[in-house]
Design a protein around this ligand. Structure first.
Ligand code: ZN
Length: 327
């Protein structure tokens, strides 16, 4: 059921509303109820979503003065010097992305955010001026701009992973300092060298932010499917042809996702992302390429999806965690 939402309120108070990727244009946006599956890890922001968010902030927030930032979830902020209040009264000069981190440059003081699993950014018009009550609900930080608009950083659920840093340089954030080359910037030779020097499975290598940054659980599934490679293949055992396929798949998958998201109205962003997925979060559905059934196997603390015909020579992968339990 799609119903217009009142102006200036959360569009997605429902857990799985459509404005996941940054609730950018709340006025007149419409939700699609019941579209979500709690196991759909595709909702976690990765390079394309965070880049789309940065692009949105470049258009809406850069050039404005940040008048005030209200902290509502004390545990979300990871730094104390400079204080949060140092941002107040300064102009936002730049918005960009480092891996899956969002970086707002506020005249030399940086507000760096990692949205983690259930973190959201909601653009809000005509923010209420009264400070929010700390510790209540999903709100972590509210940022006010001089035109009366602003945004909320929120986090749903109990596993609080949203992290906010106020720093003089993004490299002061440990997770940013550790980032490997960006998945959309890395050249072919560097990419080949990084994988060649890595022992372990491809799925783990692609999602390791210190090796290559920006790729998470959803797009690594999509990339490996596009490259027709098993997620359990060893990263340092790829042939030249396989390396070329993988590199091209990284660029194509992320570029296409980015093009679908940047400039999209928020109301259609999530649908676009979903419709673009071939295997991720599609367990039991037919592979759009070959028609085989998409399968799922556990990996680390989550699960991955793949197509046996496209990726593993038609053979289903053994679920290691399960076979360990059975032994
Ligand atoms: Zn297939």
């Amino acid at each position: 059921m799609a119903v217009p939402r009142p102006v200036g309120r959360y569009v997605h108070e429902r857990r799985f509303g459509v404005l996941r990727w940054g609730g950018m244009c709340t006025n007149g946006a419409r939700g699609t109820a019941g579209a979500g599956d709690p196991r759909d890890h595709g909702r976690v922001p990765e390079l394309p979503e965070v880049e789309a968010l940065a692009a949105f902030l470049r258009a809406s927030a850069v050039g404005r003065v940040l008048t005030r930032a209200d902290l509502a979830a004390v545990q979300a902020i990871k730094t104390f010097d400079p204080p949060l209040s140092a941002l107040g009264g300064l102009e936002i000069t730049r918005a960009r992305r480092h891996g899956k981190f969002l970086d707002l440059d506020v005249s030399g003081v940086h507000l760096v955010v990692h949205l983690a699993r259930a973190g959201w950014l909601h653009w809000r018009e005509n923010l209420p001026t009264a400070p929010p009550k700390p510790g209540k609900g999903p709100l972590a930080l509210r940022v006010h701009l001089d035109d009366g608009n602003g945004f909320d950083l929120t986090e749903q659920g109990t596993r609080k992973g949203l992290a906010i840093y106020v720093v003089r340089s993004p490299s002061e954030v440990p997770g940013v300092a550790r980032l490997g080359p960006d998945a959309l910037q890395v050249d072919r030779e560097t990419f080949a060298a990084l994988l060649g020097g890595r022992s372990g499975q491809l799925k783990g290598a692609l999602t390791d932010q210190t090796l290559i940054s920006g790729i998470g659980n959803a797009y690594s599934d999509e990339i490996l499917h596009a490259a027709r490679l098993s997620p359990f293949k060893m990263a340092d055992k790829l042939s030249d042809d396989e390396l070329v396929r993988l590199y091209d798949a990284v660029r194509a998958t992320l570029t296409e996702a980015l093009e679908r998201q940047v400039g999209q109205r928020a109301a259609t962003m999530k649908g676009e992302k979903r419709s673009g997925l071939q295997v991720h979060a599609r367990t039991g559905l037919p592979c759009p390429v070959c028609g085989d059934t998409v399968r799922e196997v556990s990996f680390a603390d989550t699960s991955l999806q793949y197509c046996p015909t496209c990726q593993t020579g038609g053979k289903p992968l053994a679920d290691r965690r399960m076979s360990k339990l059975l032994r």
